[in-house]
Design a protein around this ligand. Structure first.
Ligand code: FAS
Ligand code: PHB
Length: 390
C-alpha cells in the first residue's frame, strides 16, 4: 500500500491532521492502536482556545461544537476565602475560550473521517517506523494477525506520550526536558448541574480543586491527590466531601452531588522532547510534549502543532517547497515552551507542594496576593489562558 502521509495515532492530533490534509487533497492513513470505542471512552480536556475552535471550523468539524459548546468569558480563582474573577474578554480585548469536551471533538473527527472516506485503521498493532532518514520511509503494522506495509513520503507521529514515534528518534538525537510533580489529579465526571456557570480554580491548604463542566447537565471536578493514590481509594462520598472542603463555602453549600460516571487519576508532568522532527518523521501533540492540565493547554498545544505541520505539508505538496517543513520543529517549539511555562506557573501557583515549607510557601502566597491585586498580573494570566497567537 502507498500513501502520502502516514499518521501514527488516532487521537485528536492525528485525526485533525488527517482531516485538514484530506481537505487539501493530500492522502493519509491513520494507524490507531486501540479500538474507536476505547479512544472515545477517554475523558480528558475540556477548554478550547480560539485557535483550536477556528481549526475545527475550518476542517468542517465545528458544527456540533458550535451547537453544544459553551463560550466562557472568564473564570474564578479562589484562595483563603477570597475570590478573584479573571475577566478574559475584558482583559484580552474580547478573547474567550470554548468549553466542549475532547471526547466530543474526537467523536466529531471520527464521524468526519468516515463521512469523507478517510482511512483510519483501528487496532493496528506493532506499528514500526522504517527508513526515516531516507526519501522512502515506510511503516509496518499488524492487524488481525496479518502484517502490512505502507510506503509514504512522510510520517506524522501523533501517538501520545507512550507512543512509538518519539522512541523512533535515536536517543543520541533527542534532548528531553522533564519535571514530574509530586501529586496527581483525581477527576470525576457526574451527571449533575455544574456548581457555577464558570470554572473555579481553588488554591487550598488541603490541596488544589477545580470545578469544571462539559455541559449544563454534566460536571467535571478535580482534586489534587497523592501521585501514589488510586481512584479505588475514593468513594464518591469521600470525593464530594473533600471537594466541598476545598472550594468556596457558598459553592460547597449548593454543590449538586451524584454518582460518578467516570473516575480517574492523571499524573502531572511537564515534558518536552526536542527536536520535533527527524528525517521524514514529524512529532505533534503529546508524542512530543506533556503539560500539567492546570492551564488547559495539552489539547490546545496539539492543535497548534497540527496547524504548523499541516501548513508545512500543504506547502510542500502544493508548491514543492520544504522550507516550512525544515522550520517546523523550531516554529512549534517556540509556542510549546510558552505554554509549558504558563502551565508550570499556574501549577506552582495553585497546588500544595509538600516540600514547599517556609520560603516556598511565602512566595506562593505572595504570587497569589500579586495576582489578586494587579490588573497587569491578571492580564498576563488571561492572555496565556485564551491562548497566545499561532
Ligand atoms: P493522545 O494521547 O490523545 O492520542 C494518541 C493516540 O495514539 C491514542 O489514541 C493512542 O491509543 C494512540 N497510540 C499510542 N501508541 C500507539 C502506537 N504505538 N501505535 C498506534 N497508535 C498509538 N489536556 C487538557 O487540556 N486538559 C485536561 O484536563 C487534560 N486531562 C488529561 C488527562 C489524562 C489522563 C491525559 C493522559 C491527558 C490529559 N490532557 C488534558 C491532555 C490531553 O488532552 C492531550 O493533550 C491530548 O489528548 C493530546 O492529543 P494527542 O496528541 O492526539 O494524544
Ligand atoms: C476540564 O474540564 O477537564 C479542565 C478544565 C480546565 C483545566 C483542566 C481541565 O485547566
Amino acid at each position: 500500500m502507498r500513501t502520502q502521509v502516514v499518521i501514527v495515532g488516532g487521537g485528536p492530533a492525528g485525526l485533525l491532521l488527517s482531516q485538514i490534509l484530506h481537505l487539501q487533497g493530500i492522502d493519509t492513513v491513520v494507524l490507531e492502536r486501540q479500538s474507536e470505542e476505547y479512544v472515545l471512552g477517554r475523558i480528558r480536556a475540556g477548554v478550547l482556545e480560539q485557535g483550536l475552535v477556528d481549526l475545527l471550523r475550518a476542517a468542517n468539524v465545528g458544527d456540533r461544537m458550535d451547537r453544544e459548546g459553551q463560550i466562557h468569558e472568564g473564570f474564578e480563582v479562589s484562595w483563603e476565602g477570597r475570590r478573584q474573577h479573571i475577566n478574559l474578554a475584558e482583559l484580552t480585548g474580547g478573547k474567550t475560550v470554548m468549553v466542549y469536551g475532547q471526547t466530543e471533538i474526537t467523536h466529531d473527527l471520527y464521524d468526519a473521517r468516515r463521512a469523507m472516506g478517510g482511512t483510519v485503521v483501528n487496532k493496528a498493532e506493532d506499528v514500526t517506523l522504517h527508513e526515516l532518514t531516507s526519501h522512502k520511509p515506510y511503516v509496518t503494522y499488524r492487524k488481525d494477525g496479518k502484517s502490512h506495509r505502507i510506503d509514504c513520503d512522510f510520517i506524522a507521529g501523533c501517538d501520545g506520550f507512550h507512543g512509538v514515534s518519539r522512541q523512533s528518534i535515536p536517543k543520541s538525537v533527542r534532548q528531553e526536558y522533564e519535571r514530574v510533580y509530586p501529586f496527581g489529579w483525581l477527576g470525576i465526571l457526574s451527571k449533575t448541574s455544574p456548581v457555577s456557570s464558570e470554572l473555579i480554580y481553588s488554591q487550598h491548604e488541603r490541596g488544589f480543586a477545580l470545578c469544571s463542566m462539559r455541559n449544563p447537565k454534566l460536571s467535571r471536578y478535580y482534586i489534587q491527590c497523592s501521585s501514589s493514590d488510586s481512584p479505588e481509594n475514593w468513594s464518591d462520598e469521600a470525593f464530594w466531601e473533600e471537594l466541598k472542603r476545598r472550594i468556596p463555602e457558598d459553592a460547597a453549600q449548593k454543590l449538586e452531588v451524584g454518582p460518578s460516571i467516570e473516575k480517574s487519576i492523571a499524573p502531572l508532568r511537564s515534558f518536552v522532547s526536542e527536536p520535533l522532527s527527524y528525517g521524514r518523521l514529524f512529532l505533534a501533540g503529546d508524542a512530543a510534549h506533556i503539560v500539567p492540565p492546570t492551564g488547559a493547554k495539552g489539547l490546545n498545544l496539539a492543535a497548534s502543532d497540527v496547524h504548523y505541520l499541516s501548513t508545512a505539508l500543504i506547502e510542500f505538496y502544493k508548491n514543492s517547497d520544504d522550507a516550512l517543513l525544515s522550520a517546523y520543529s523550531e516554529t512549534a517549539l517556540k509556542r510549546i515552551w510558552k505554554a509549558m511555562r504558563f502551565s508550570w506557573w499556574m501549577t506552582t501557583l495553585l497546588h500544595k507542594f509538600p516540600e514547599n515549607k517556609g520560603f516556598g510557601d511565602r512566595i506562593q502566597q505572595t504570587e497569589l496576593e500579586y495576582l489578586f491585586s494587579s490588573r497587569a498580573a491578571q492580564t498576563a494570566l488571561a492572555e496565556n489562558y485564551v491562548g497566545l497567537p499561532y
